[in-house]
Write a protein that binds this ligand. Sequence first.
Ligand SMILES: NC(=O)c1ccc[n+]([C@@H]2O[C@H](COP(=O)([O-])OP(=O)(O)OC[C@H]3O[C@@H](n4cnc5c(N)ncnc54)[C@H](OP(=O)(O)O)[C@@H]3O)[C@@H](O)[C@H]2O)c1
Length: 346
Amino acid sequence: MATDAVTATERQVWRLRRRPVGEIRDGDLTLEREALPELADGQFLLKILYISLDPTNRIWMSDAEGYMPPVGLGEPMRALVAGRVVASRKPGVAEGQIYSGLGVLADAMITDGQGLNRLDLPKGLSLATAFGALGMVGPTAYFGLLDIGRPKAGETLVVSAASGGVGQVVGQIGKIKGCRVIGIAGGPEKCRYIVDELGFDAAIDYKNEDVGARLDALAPDGVDINFEQVGGAIMQAVVARLRRFGRMPLCGLISGYNDVEPADWPGKWGLVLMRRLTIQGFIILDYVDRYPEAIRDLVGWMAEGKLKTRQDVRDGLDRAVEHLNSLYTGGNFGKLLVRVSPDAEG
Ligand SMILES: NC(=O)c1ccc[n+]([C@@H]2O[C@H](COP(=O)([O-])OP(=O)(O)OC[C@H]3O[C@@H](n4cnc5c(N)ncnc54)[C@H](OP(=O)(O)O)[C@@H]3O)[C@@H](O)[C@H]2O)c1
């Protein structure tokens, strides 16, 4: 139902003012209050309820080669959002509906709906869980592991950043598929969580243990699948232990996202050849048409109690950039979201 009633006249928005060098610093982005224009035909006003803070946000701030154009200087910072329609002049879009997808780091946005999809909450799930776990990280884990990792029962799967948004889902799908799952995470609390609460077979605390030595003890015959999210020394330790015909879905390289100069691959190509390894980078955007397949299975596993997810929800748009920075030091525990509005679950 279309309506002419516009209920917000201004918004707060983070704009990119400078390309960060290294970690994001004060002044790279600024939070600004600005007037919202009147809705035009074909547009609707979304009150943003949750914002997803993702490692890739840092990639979008850089003008190095990426998979999407960088955010322009002076533009609103791009982010994945979930919001409620509060006014609409777009046929088929009605007040009260929830939309999620590509938006901006703000408390409201006017949109024609491009990049956004209607979000119908699966029964029994909060918006934080549906948006946080199923919006991007769940499908990323699903397609990366099942399409590229091709797990078989009895195989050994290693996943890094294991307690985070993607990692927690990867490990549990690995268990559902009958793999032996070893998670790598920072600190004893995260390691306990993935084993005791999520059912991983073992955890390696890379902040306090030697990853290579622990892998040798836990998987003396080697590793079949390395779901890679971190890069650097952790990746090298796992790659060196991949077995013949091992697979490596290359999902992320978070340890290097703040690097000023990208690190070089340290000469393991011989090993890729000799062991016939498959290493494939992937970006979830390539799977958008197949999302329903992932959502159907993920929601089904959640309903059966086989898949648990943890969201790390922080309040307030004003500290969003500070929270974003915490991703690169492991300050989050679970999928990191900002609750922009106190009535987000309302
Ligand atoms: N390809 C795609 O389409 C796609 C989609 C979504 C996400 N991703 C990638 O998947 C990875 C995880 O994303 P997420 O959203 O699920 O984030 P997340 O795992 O919830 O948060 C990031 C985690 O990375 C770990 N980390 C950060 N810096 C590290 C370092 N230097 N060394 C080792 N671990 C480090 C931290 O965990 P610890 O405390 O355990 O260190 C931190 O909690 C990222 O690389 C991201 O870019 C890719």
